[in-house]
Ligand binder design. Structure first.
Ligand code: ZN
Length: 333
């Protein structure tokens, strides 16, 4: 995650805009109070739950990069009702998002949140954690280790990218470690699959009774996958494992939920396309910038952010190809 694309930073940041509105509004502040109050209102995500099945909802992330317009709310978040309390899967990009998520989960289920699971350490999924009790936060060890190592850098990047939405947000580490296996929370049996490939540690959650698979960022649908910490061979293996599950509905990390495993197939297809195109460009001796201009297959036209993520993936994959295919002459046979 980095602010490597200037396009996502708006030239007139919200903080400056608000200062300007404040100064310009001073003279008429009293007579135009309602208007002034409207533009100064605190930012809100206005989360809208979409029902997946009885007692299961998702909050659909925007098919966009993180910007000051969307406040980083680009990832899908899932809420499950159980007889013991609410379970949320991923906590969103900021403290503000986490607070709205926490109260929405209470409102939908009529119960407090008893568990907040993190699927991986990327910032659009983890910075709402502050709003949940430390003893309810749980993630695989690799996710917690990743947050220890990179969490502060992610927070800095998010403050630059999302601006005011991030105010008051701090890194919080889960206390509970999730391992592969089952957990019964009230009347729900959750199967945890600790996998890897999108990052070093990716959690997928399968709700055994409803057949809903919450795949985290191992699966994308109609939105191009991100690869800053990807291990593509491991990602293929994880997709194959998820394909074996009896899925009734699949919630990808980004993109719409579907009753088919289309997200798994499309993610697989994207990764193969990346490997072929980027590998081929490398073999032909193209530079990174030349490789970014390579044409993409027609089927990617319906994929949001296809060109943007393809270019970023060239940046991520080229150094690996150089390390793999250009060994030091004194270390090769
Ligand atoms: Zn994500």
């Amino acid at each position: 995650m980095s602010s490597d694309r200037n396009g996502v930073i708006r030239p007139w940041p919200l903080v400056d805009r608000r200062a300007f509105i404040g100064a310009a509004g001073l003279a008429g502040a009293l007579s135009f109070w309602p208007m002034f109050a409207a533009v100064s209102a605190p930012l809100r995500y206005n989360l809208k739950p979409v029902e997946l099945a009885p007692g299961a909802w998702m909050l659909v992330g925007a098919d966009e990069a993180i910007t000051r317009a969307n406040g980083g709310a680009i990832a899908n978040i899932t809420i499950l009702d159980t007889s013991e309390g609410a379970v949320v899967i991923d906590t969103g990009p900021s403290r503000r998002y986490g607070e709205e998520l926490n109260s929405l989960a209470r409102q939908l289920t009529g119960k407090p949140v008893v568990r907040a699971l993190l699927t991986h350490f990327h910032p659009d999924h983890v910075f709402g954690c502050q709003s949940f009790g430390a003893d309810t936060l749980a993630a695989p060890k690799g996710v917690i280790d990743g947050l220890k190592q990179s969490g502060e850098d992610f927070a800095t990047a998010m403050y630059y990218l999302a601006g005011d939405w991030m105010r008051g947000t701090e890194l919080v580490l889960p206390q509970m470690i999730v391992e592969s296996g089952h957990e019964d929370i009230g009347d729900r049996r959750l199967r945890y699959l600790v996998l890897e490939g999108h990052t070093d540690s990716d959690l997928a959650v399968f709700d055994e009774r409803s057949g809903i698979l919450i795949a985290g960022d191992l699966a994308f649908l109609n939105r191009a996958p991100t690869t800053p910490h990807a291990d593509l061979p491991a990602w293929h293996r994880s997709l194959a494992k998820l394909s074996e599950l009896p899925i009734s509905k699949l919630v990808p990390g980004h993109g719409p939920a579907e009753t088919t495993p289309l997200a798994l197939r499309q993610t697989e297809q994207w990764l193969r396309m990346l490997e072929e195109r980027v590998g081929n460009a490398f073999e032909r001796g193209l530079s990174m910038t030349e490789s970014m201009d390579e044409p993409l297959p027609a089927w990617t036209e319906k994929i949001a952010l296809a060109r943007y993520e393809y270019e970023r993936s060239v940046m991520h994959l080229f150094p690996k190809l150089e390390a793999d295919r250009w060994p030091r002459v004194d270390q090769s046979n």
